[in-house]
Design a protein around this ligand. Sequence first.
Ligand SMILES: [Zn+2]
Length: 265
Amino acid sequence: MKLLPAALSRGTAALLALLLLPACSLLGDLNHYQVSDDAALGAEAYPELLAGETTINRGPDHMMVNRLTQKLVTAARELDPEIASQFDWEVRLVEQDEVVNAWCLPGGKMAVFTGILPIAEDETGLAVVMSHEIAHATLRHGTERMTRQDLLTQVIAAGAEAYSEDAETKEQAEALASDAARLLVSLPFGRDAEIEADTRGLMYMAKAGYDPRAAVGFWERMSSGSGPAPFELFSTHPSDERRIERIRAALPEAVEMFEQSQGSR
Ligand SMILES: [Zn+2]
């Protein structure tokens, strides 16, 4: 049975996703996925998202990103072992100087774009971004969001199934599936999730030995930056002022953890 009109265009799928968001905000942090689903979904989408990208696999920036990731993941595993230790964390540095962004898929597969490095300024600045992204994964915001978007997923699946019999429509279905993967990172998380990731991220960076006070300067630089808006960091954000205010409120606890981490090395 065909449930859908002849062409569920890629634009329509994206539009549906956007329309569904406000209606779903009442569901809070409901998540009907297993932690193992997060890992599987991320692992599946990762190569799809990186296809065609140039990754940087040597040199000082590559080394910094790897070292930083390792430290932050260790901190996340110490602070949130029940989730973070179940993920197979991975990071790629993507050469795209005009993309001021970083993302982390469900299950801990990450990308950092070279365009964010000048705004990060140094390893501690980049720790602000990456700890935020890592926190999205440990807080499982991706599958939380997907739980809300199940209607959309069903629509896409029904569309793919209905048209998978001939080659042309199969191609279209594949394009839709590819878009579905992109939706994993392109749709906003919502304000509360952003604040939550900021706050948890501060603890990760502090535990890893990076001064969390750097977060204020980083977000100030982000908010004064120009250029194309990145889809994750800027897409949903709490207003910059409110974000920085909430970060300041979370700092005392994070600074305490930072000082402990300094004392213990
Ligand atoms: Zn975020």
